[in-house]
Design a protein around this ligand. Structure first.
Ligand SMILES: NC(=O)C1=CN([C@@H]2O[C@H](COP(=O)(O)OP(=O)(O)OC[C@H]3O[C@@H](n4cnc5c(N)ncnc54)[C@H](OP(=O)(O)O)[C@@H]3O)[C@@H](O)[C@H]2O)[C@@H](O)CC1
Ligand SMILES: [K+]
Length: 530
């Protein structure tokens, strides 16, 4: 997208600096972390900004930003269809329609609302649009003429006011269906209609009633729902315009970006030696699952740990890895004789039930522990292990858990659906319950630590959905953490790098539909950021 298109429209009032920023996928020069605000806090930010501004200023700015982005993303669109809903999201759409008409586009607006019952800002926008000659048709969008693939649709049906339990029905549902079937690009204003701003779940539970946008322009604040759960799939490329407002509230969460990860990378000085970079012990690999432990160990090595030991739980397994001869193999019982105070133990990868025997010793003594997969299931099934885990933080021992949603559900004693219904809250609850740092994996992985603001990861794509990538994450995380980072920082960094490696893989022109194998992932991880 080139900047002349973004400059094509008159601005009102002129912004002092470019406000429109691309957030996802992260590009060159992307910033550190972005604050994410929930529904109530976004409304509070809006309410605090209004008194200092002339009436309708924020909505005008929202319309201006939307029109600029629309022109840039669909420069050859002959027609633009705006689907406007009953609230201020619809008002944003009307403001955008006005500006796109002024820019020479053929714009039609379907207003799915009673024009006499619009909120004040939206009512003013309707008046301004009509006065400028925009054709606004209240009612049924089914009457639309067919669109060409270059034509643009704007989803201004529902935004922040989307009711959390009410799925779009009737005319609203029919407009959503039109947007889902639209042959060209779809720009969602603030949120794709039907997406919950905080959880990234479909309101009313049915993803078929959500708009699937090619681009979403978040307005005033970035909302966490755009980046986790179904948010990534429904929002497409995410843009942000703060409308010239700086929030004075603590955010609900933050989005980790490239620069934040780069700032956390452990430095490597010339005069350091392998002893400076920490020791990692990977415990796992029960019979028929040794590959999982080997993947984790190779990843820990690639992450830069000074020495990596591997304790396979399969007594018959080879004590050698021809592809990683740097790995040192030990018996599982050897842990008892190692210096646990300087050790980072990655425990669980392919560990099966056999991992239960080593877990008590590891939890009681190891300075830093990453628990993954079967180790998490053992903790969920054994209250004594859960007790040992909780006791660690009081003894100054740190733990990072890396559950996927099913493992998190077992640990929390709830269903996977309940975890997914609010991933941020589930990660925070788990971190507080077990006094650990938690990485809740999945689309938009969440890093939570007791008393700290949760972070949603901004990197990654569906290529990571392949066997063994979780083992690679656990090992890579152990390898990064061993080099002296604080637990939450290590988790934020490793999770970002893990996703960025998959992004880089796609950028290199690999098969965009095929998965990235776990072994190939280790190969690209070292060059994931920077
Ligand atoms: N004002 C400003 O300065 C700025 C505003 N901004 C923009 O405003 C947006 C928030 O506006 P908003 O609060 O009016 O909410 P919005 O999402 O438009 O809809 C609420 C309406 O929809 C209705 N409704 C809800 N669910 C429904 C369902 N399932 N099916 C049917 N109806 C349903 C709901 O009805 P109710 O629940 O009240 O019965 C109500 O009538 C925000 O996202 C941003 O785009 C920004 O540009 C910043 C500046
Ligand atoms: K919308």
């Amino acid at each position: 997208m080139n900047s002349p298109d973004l400059q094509a429209l008159p601005v009102d009032p002129p912004p002092s600096a470019p406000r429109l920023r691309r957030i996802l996928p992260p590009g060159a020069g992307s910033t550190g972390s972005w604050p994410l605000y929930g529904r109530d806090d976004s409304r509070a930010v809006e309410a605090a900004a209004h008194p200092a501004l002339p009436p309708h200023t924020l909505m005008r700015r929202a319309g201006e930003a939307s029109a600029r982005l629309a022109l840039a993303m669909a420069p050859h669109a002959r027609r633009v269809w705006v689907a406007a809903g009953p609230g201020n999201n619809g008002g944003d759409g009307l403001e955008a329609a006005l500006r796109l008409t002024q820019a020479g586009k053929s714009v039609s607006v379907s207003l799915l609302a009673d024009p006499d019952r619009l909120p004040a800002d939206a009512a003013a926008a309707l008046q301004r649009a009509r006065a400028a000659g925009v054709v606004v048709t209240p009612g049924d969008p089914a009457a639309l003429p067919s669109a060409a693939p270059a034509d643009l649709a704007i989803d201004a049906l529902l935004g922040l006011g989307s009711s959390s339990r009410r799925r779009p029905e009737g005319l609203l549902a029919s407009a959503v269906a039109q947007l889902r079937a639209w042959p060209g690009p779809v720009l969602a204003l603030d949120l794709p209609t039907g997406l919950d701003a905080e959880t990234g779940q479909p309101v009313g539970g049915d993803i078929a009633t959500c708009v699937r946008a090619t681009h979403t322009l978040a307005l005033l604040t970035l909302k966490p729902g755009l980046f986790t759960g179904h948010g990534r799939d429904l929002a497409g490329t995410v843009w942000f315009d703060d409308l010239g407002v700086t929030p004075r509230l603590d955010p609900l969460a933050e989005l980790s970006g490239e620069a934040a990860a780069l700032a956390l990378l452990p430095p490597r000085a010339h005069a350091q030696h392998k002893g400076s970079f920490g020791d990692v012990l990977v415990v796992g690999g029960a019979p028929s699952m040794t590959g999982a432990a080997l993947l984790a160990a190779r990843a820990a090595l690639a992450a830069g740990a000074g020495r990596v030991y591997t304790a396979l739980l399969d007594p018959a397994a080879l004590r050698h890895d021809a592809l990683a001869p740097e790995l040192m193999f030990r018996e599982p019982g050897a842990f008892e004789r190692m210096d646990a105070t300087s050790l980072t133990v990655v425990c669980g990868c392919g560990g099966g039930d056999a991992v239960a025997a080593v877990l008590p010793g590891v939890l009681e003594r190891a300075a830093r522990v990453v628990l993954d997969a079967d180790a998490l299931n053992q903790v969920a099934a054994d209250t004594q292990l859960a007790h040992l885990l909780r006791a660690r933080s009081a003894q100054g021992l740190a733990t990072i858990l890396t559950p996927h949603p099913l493992e998190a559900a077992r640990l929390l004693g709830c269903t996977t659906q309940e975890v997914q219904a609010d991933r941020l809250q589930a990660a925070v609850r788990l971190a507080e319950r077990l006094t650990c740092t938690v990485v809740l994996k999945g689309s938009g992985s969440v890093v939570a630590a007791p008393g700290r603001r949760p972070a949603v990861n901004g990197s990654g794509n569906a290529a990571l959905a392949s066997a063994g990538t979780g083992d690679v994450l656990a090992g890579w995380l152990g390898g990064r953490w061993a080099q002296g980072l604080e637990a939450r920082d290590a988790a934020v960094l490793a999770v970002y790098e893990h996703g960025a490696a998959a992004d880089r893989w796609l950028a290199l022109g690999r098969d965009t539909r095929g998965p990235l194998s776990a072994s190939a992932l280790i190969g690209v991880l070292g060059r994931a950021v920077g």
